[in-house]
Design a protein around this ligand. Structure first.
Ligand SMILES: [Zn+2]
Length: 335
């Protein structure tokens, strides 16, 4: 008897929630995912952009950079000050000068961002670990990273539509951006880790074509407070986008974290962007980047050709300006 009562109660409960509540919730979630409210940005006119870009010359290769700096970040957040951000962009101009590529600041904009996007997890947890049969770049082409839904929604909310979206670098100041990755532990086991980033470039060698073109240029900036990294942070992140390489230098094959002062693309004080095969074609890859254009006399821009295969490391636009190398066994040889 008691069993029957429970059964009837369960049926009533189920049909009640199913009939009256669920459709309402479903509608709400459809609305939220299909229409992400756009931030109303306004120009921060305290910055004299013409003065800031007085180094820019007609006829030279250039990269456009825009800055979105939310106005309502938590008052305790002090890791990115506007003055430091501008200082790091100015330093990027100096660091790229020997390459013949100019860094052009388009604007700095401010506005109220939905606080749920202040801290985001950049990517879905990777499902397949790296093996020794292919190198890191080949592995990433087969298994590109994917944005989380929340990060995708954040980008849609932040980046304003523009015909040049897919060639423009957007520096977005946020409080925290976490990157999840797999690391070997105890021989053959892989564990999931999440690292707190100071700057994350969402490069095409990692994401290939899983990021929609308008958001391909996004770089998050979350920490410029460390004096040892502040000068080169923005130049380094632009390097991931525009050279389309990971942390690597001359004979050093790419890896997640390599500490050395040798070149701009390692973690350290280095600022060199090497050329030629011995320099892993960094300079040549920069000059071929779809984020680079030549500034014409009439102020128009002649853009480099776009990626042909979503921008993986070996994308055909790079021709022979690529390095072929063996994968390293990430796990114990015995396994
Ligand atoms: Zn890096």
């Amino acid at each position: 008897m008691r069993k029957i009562y429970i059964l009837i109660y369960a049926i009533l409960l189920f049909s009640c929630t199913d009939g009256s509540k669920k459709p309402e919730i479903a509608n709400e979630s459809v609305l939220e995912s299909s229409v992400t409210p756009k931030v109303k940005w306004s120009l921060l006119d305290s910055i004299n952009i013409v003065e800031f870009n007085k180094d820019i010359q007609v006829g030279k290769l250039s990269i456009d950079v825009g800055v979105y700096f939310p106005s309502n970040l938590d008052p305790q957040f002090e890791k990115v000050a506007l003055s430091r951000l501008l200082g790091s962009i100015r330093a990027a101009k100096e660091i790229y000068k020997p390459t013949g590529v100019q860094i052009n600041l388009l604007w700095v904009k401010t506005g109220e961002l939905n606080p749920k996007y202040f801290s985001i997890q950049a990517n879905e947890i990777p499902e397949v670990p790296l093996t020794e049969y292919v190198n890191m770049y080949e592995h990433m082409r087969r298994h590109p990273s994917e944005l989380t839904d929340e990060t995708r929604a954040a980008f849609e909310s932040i980046v304003e539509p523009h015909p040049d979206n897919y060639h423009t670098i957007y520096l977005i100041v946020l409080e925290d951006v976490f990157l999840t990755f797999l690391e070997v532990n105890e021989g053959r086991n892989w564990i999931i880790k999440s690292v707190r980033t100071g700057g994350l470039s969402f490069p095409t060698y990692t994401y290939c074509n899983t990021i929609a073109p308008p958001y391909r240029g996004v770089i998050s900036i979350t920490n410029l407070s460390r004096p040892d990294r502040y000068r080169s942070t923005i130049a380094h992140e632009i390097g991931h986008k525009a050279m389309n390489v990971s942390h690597e230098y001359k004979e050093t094959n790419p890896g997640h974290e390599i500490f050395s002062d040798a070149g701009l693309m390692l973690y350290g004080q280095g600022e060199e962007i090497p050329a030629g095969k011995e320099g892993r074609w960094h300079l040549e890859r920069l000059h071929l980047s779809p984020f680079v254009y030549r500034l014409n006399e009439d102020n128009t821009k002649t853009w480099n050709p776009d990626f042909e295969e979503g921008g993986h490391y070996y994308d055909p636009i790079y021709g022979d300006k690529v390095i072929h190398f063996q994968g390293i066994p990430p796990i114990d040889e015995d396994w």
